[in-house]
Design a protein. Structure first.
Length: 338
């Protein structure tokens, strides 16, 4: 039995500029890091070459079948599409699950895609680079499964760590961000992550954003330019340990993001965000496409008690986390039992 683990992420700046519809024309960039919440794929090899797939997140079951009878079904479409892409015919029982709910805004679907590719190709003894895994993961999600996503989640999941990623038409450059340990620790301690809910609306918002970008919608393009320009400034403030400015840039980026497409925010989210700012948070943003998922706030320690109390009164659940600076890994439970 094999267990693949791949961490999800939080994105600080530049989200939206990682869509080909934008970066192939203008160039895009993001700053993101993995956190210690994971997607899991458990593969129990079968001697009869049969396949089954279970998703605890979606509560779905792909019934036992042979390779030629595999179908893409909601909930198990990611592992099955990867099995078919690589023509993996050895069989197995697949269980997929994660530490966060689907549509959480933390890049879980891409982390799962990278996870499945890394684990299945390892079983096939295929050696792929981190970039190859990221590109294949993006291709499967975007072109086969038709998910309206950008590329950052696939790259963050595959490379792991705290990275500054630049996207161009024919090139993606991943630069690890090296800052003082004390700065990294302070940043981590000053970030609060809350589950907002309404996860089902993320893909609708992304579809609208994708359509607006394709059509050259003025507000969308200008706000994407703003988000893109913030990334360099964010990077420089991190390098100089100016974390107050980092918090302020989160707020600036959120203001731009709300112009990407209708539905990124709503009255409920605006009320939550404004309440957090009034209680002492310096800035923040929704971590995914919008409409729901998780709210990331930058708030210094002395103000956190007030913010936490307010968010609890509103009904939000805090998700404790730490930065996670490595990418996918595979556990061979057969070796563990020797």
């Amino acid at each position: 039995m094999f267990v693949g683990m791949t961490p999800v992420r939080i994105s600080f700046a530049g989200g939206g500029t990682d869509m080909p519809e934008y970066y192939e024309k203008y160039g895009g960039s993001v700053i993101s890091t993995n956190i210690n919440k994971f997607t899991y794929v458990v593969i129990n090899l079968k001697s009869d070459n049969s396949f089954q797939a279970f998703s605890s997140d979606f509560e779905t079951h792909h019934k036992k079948s042979n390779y030629s009878s595999l179908e893409l079904k909601h909930g198990t479409e990611i592992p099955i599409s990867i099995v078919k892409y690589f023509k993996y015919k050895m069989g197995g029982d697949f269980l997929i699950c994660s530490d966060v709910p689907p549509g959480s805004g933390l890049g879980a679907s891409s982390a799962l895609s990278v996870n499945c590719i890394n684990t299945i190709t390892s079983l096939m003894k295929k050696k792929l680079s981190k970039q190859q895994i990221a590109e294949i993961s993006f291709h499967i999600e975007r072109n086969i499964l038709k998910h309206p996503i950008g590329k950052q989640d696939n790259y963050v999941a595959s490379f792991g760590g705290f990275n500054y990623i630049k996207f161009k038409k024919n090139k993606v450059q991943v630069t690890p961000i090296k800052i003082k340990k004390s700065t990294l620790s302070e940043l981590e301690q000053n970030l609060l992550l809350f589950f907002v809910g309404d996860t089902r609306k993320n893909s609708n918002v992304l579809s609208k954003q994708l359509k607006n970008t394709k059509q050259g919608n003025k507000n969308t393009i200008e706000s994407l330019h703003t988000a893109n320009n913030i990334v360099d400034e964010f990077y420089n403030k991190l390098k100089s340990s100016d974390l107050i400015s980092v918090g302020e840039l989160l707020d600036k980026g959120w203001t731009a993001k709300k112009q990407f497409a209708k539905g990124v925010t709503n009255n409920k989210i605006d009320l939550i965000y404004d309440s957090a700012i009034k209680c002492g948070a310096i800035g923040g943003k929704l971590t995914g496409a919008g409409a729901g998922g998780h709210l990331l706030l930058y708030c210094e320690k002395p103000k956190q008690k007030t913010v936490l109390k307010k968010m609890k009164n509103i009904g939000l659940e805090l998700l404790p986390f730490n930065f996670h600076l490595t990418g996918p890994k595979i556990l061979n439970l057969y070796n563990y039992n020797k």
